[in-house]
Design a protein around this ligand. Structure first.
Ligand code: PXG
Length: 287
């Protein structure tokens, strides 16, 4: 049985899940989305993801034609229909079909799409050995241009940084904001450890308010680890004791090299490893 996609109120076969070329999601990247994990048949941090989706939509004056509860039910239905036990949901709301012109208010109905599928994971080896990354030259969107808290369907800013990473034979790149402070990676939030304290840039630095980030902060505090939200510089990254990224796709992954500077003797550090283990248990409902 093929994949079933939830498209505007109906579950349809993957091959029939099609949107118009006049959808402003395609024409202008006008829309918002979420990427959500399913662990052991449960949708991870569902309320937080739905809340962020509605806030992103509100910020761009996009009306979602379902309530938060209805959307949650639609996601459950899509997960069940595809027998997803451990996987990934891509939830999109596009501006919908409009004219060849920017005016979003000429689009009659926004369009909701829910895809539930397997997730492409980094190889397990990368978690054990840690990942090498670089600093991107591409500056994170200026908050007065596109607020980075909006998880919009326009990811070109991040894609340009991702291309820099891939050109340098690494999987991720750190993006700095217009003031030179660390913002985030192309699809993950940034954490470092220095002298036993965990630091992460504040959301105002130009990062998405990651849901994994929030969970990891909570788990660290439970372990009595001090967590400080503070602007970080490239220098802070170069001289930290430990470094890790958090995100729905990556979960918690240790960084062992940035721009050729070795971090924590070239292997994921103890706090990183502890938080990765705690995150795994939390995600699988074991604590
Ligand atoms: N920053 C950015 C720019 C992101 O896109 C995060 C941080 C981490 O947020 P969460 O809420 O996931 O902890 C993201 C999330 C993908 C993919 O397909 C990307 C994300 C999430 C899921 C899938 O590459 N990015």
């Amino acid at each position: 049985m093929g994949l079933k996609i939830w498209l505007d109120g109906k579950l349809v076969d993957k091959d029939d899940a099609k949107v118009s070329v006049f959808d402003h999601g395609l024409l202008y990247g006008d829309g918002v989305f979420e990427g959500i994990r399913v662990y052991d048949s449960r949708i991870f941090e569902n309320d937080a993801h739905i809340k962020r989706l509605f806030e992103s939509a509100r910020a761009i004056r996009l009306k979602i034609r379902l309530t938060q509860d209805e959307l949650a039910k639609a996601m459950e239905e899509t997960v069940k229909a595809n027998n997803i036990v451990n996987g990934y949901i891509r939830l999109l709301v596009t501006r919908g079909v409009g004219t060849l012109g920017l005016n979003p208010f000429l689009c009659e109905n926004s369009c909701i799409i829910i895809i539930a599928d397997k997730i492409q994971l980094y190889p397990e080896e990368l978690y054990e050995k840690g990942m090498k990354i670089i600093s991107a030259n591409t500056v994170r969107n200026h908050p007065l241009a596109i607020p980075p808290q909006i998880k919009s369907m326009n990811y070109l800013n991040n894609i340009l940084a991702k291309i820099e990473a891939l050109d340098n034979n690494v999987m991720e790149a750190i993006m700095y904001n217009h003031e030179g402070f660390v913002a985030e990676a192309t699809g993950d939030n940034v954490f470092i450890v220095k002298d036993g304290v965990v630091y992460t840039p504040p959301v105002e630095s130009g990062s998405l308010e990651g849901i994994t980030r929030k969970v990891v902060i909570k788990l660290a505090k439970e372990e009595k680890i001090c967590v400080v939200e503070k602007n970080l510089t490239k220098f802070d990254l170069y001289v930290c004791d430990e470094f890790f990224l958090t995100g729905t796709a990556a979960e918690v992954i240790g960084i062992v090299d940035i721009d050729g500077r070795t971090i924590s003797e070239g292997k994921p550090g103890p706090i990183t490893t502890k938080l990765r283990e705690k995150f795994f248990k939390y995600a699988h409902g074991k604590e």
